[in-house]
Design a protein around this ligand. Structure first.
Ligand SMILES: *Cc1c(COP(=O)(O)O)cnc(C)c1O
Length: 356
């Protein structure tokens, strides 16, 4: 009998699906979201604009007004920007136009699982350089690997999910100048790092930067992200993006969020950064835990107790974290997102109990 799945590419059949466990809890620290809901002013202004818009008409073919606001916000030319239905869509689009059989993607692990997943589905080969013993980028090893495998695309996440490490501009430049391929930097969490590689776009035509509205911008439900690159790269990548990928609701709300970023969202980001320092200090006082410094709104924590047990114990106390012990190098680690001050207090208190 013919197995229907025989028609599925072997490289896909061999993959384990990217999935998230369905647990729910009152204190949700598992997905690195902004712990506060979108500010009321952003909601009200967005609803006002949506009310005034015709819902029977397609959105813009190219969301030009959003691209213009992004250009202003990020300091890059609108011709080099694509907005998408989440940054994941644009990561996929870039890999669709660059990766196929015989093409190579270079990543550093542990990192965001989707890069490997998409590259494999597209039939590409993935090479990986481990982070160093301090869970930071080993740039010399990446340079070396670039020489041996000549990757078509190198993907770095900065700050890296799940370890929170960043990359220095001179080191990134050394990689950009060391490869004939593209170097994509996923800046999903750059707002919390107070640094960005975007200024390098001007001089380095092989740099591609991804950003999202799902984290600091507090709009994970809306699915908006953007890509920044040389206009010729953006033009080619746009060929892999479906028409009307961004719906009018998300486009409108993203524009409002950019307009009100400084007054409404930046104060939240500042508070989250302060909470990250406070949470780090709180975790370090617990015997049996060792938090790793992070530039993002989350951190990994080394644990004397098995991470899956810590996960279960916290869930019993209505706190949801991420068990990342299945990632390379992270057998003994879990990851926590930085929550509101109250949530972080609950987390530290619960962990004090568990490790008492
Ligand atoms: C959360 C996250 C994103 C965001 O993806 P969206 O599709 O924009 O929601 C991208 N990259 C990394 C590494 C992330 O952790």
């Amino acid at each position: 009998m013919l197995e229907v799945t025989e028609k599925i590419k072997p490289c896909v059949r061999e993959l384990r699906a990217y999935a998230l466990t369905p647990e729910r809890a009152a204190v949700k620290l598992n997905q690195n979201e902004n712990p506060w809901d979108a500010p009321e002013r952003i909601k009200q202004e967005s609803l006002r604009r949506l009310q005034a818009r015709s819902w029977s008409r397609y959105p813009d073919f190219v969301p030009a007004s959003l691209h213009a606001r992004l250009a202003e916000f990020a300091g890059w030319q609108p011709e080099g920007i694509i907005a998408g239905n989440g940054s994941n869509e644009l990561i996929q689009a870039l890999l669709m136009v660059t990766i196929g059989e015989g093409k190579r993607v270079l990543i550093c692990e542990p990192t965001f699982a989707l890069y490997r997943q998409i590259a494999i589905v597209l039939g590409g080969e993935v090479a990986s350089v481990p982070l160093d013993a301090g869970l930071k980028y080993d740039v010399a090893a990446v340079r070396e690997k670039m020489h041996t495998i000549e990757p078509d695309v190198t993907i770095l996440c900065a700050p890296n999910n799940p370890t929170g490490c960043g990359i220095d501009a001179p080191e990134l430049v050394s990689l950009l100048e060391n490869t004939g391929g593209l170097v994509a930097v996923d800046e999903a969490y750059f707002e919390f790092a107070a640094r960005t590689v975007a200024p390098l776009l001007e001089r380095h035509k092989n740099l591609v930067v991804f950003r999202t509205f799902s984290k600091a911008m507090g709009l994970a439900a809306l699915r908006v992200g953007y890509l920044m690159a040389a206009p010729e790269i953006a033009r080619e990548t746009a060929k892999a993006v479906l028409p009307y990928n961004l719906n009018a609701v998300s486009q409108t709300i993203a524009e409002v969020a950019l307009e009100l970023y400084e007054s409404e969202l930046l104060p939240q980001v500042t508070r989250i950064i302060a909470e990250r320092q406070r949470l780090y200090a709180g975790l370090q006082t617990i015997e049996g835990l060792e938090a790793v410094r992070s530039e993002a709104n989350f951190m990994v924590v080394r644990s004397r107790i098995k991470p899956c047990l810590v996960f279960e114990e916290l869930l019993r106390r209505d706190i949801l974290i991420r068990d990342v012990s299945g990632y390379p190098l992270l057998q003994d680690y879990f990851r926590v997102s930085v929550g509101t001050p109250g949530e972080n207090d609950l987390l530290v208190t619960a962990l004090q109990e568990i490790f008492a």
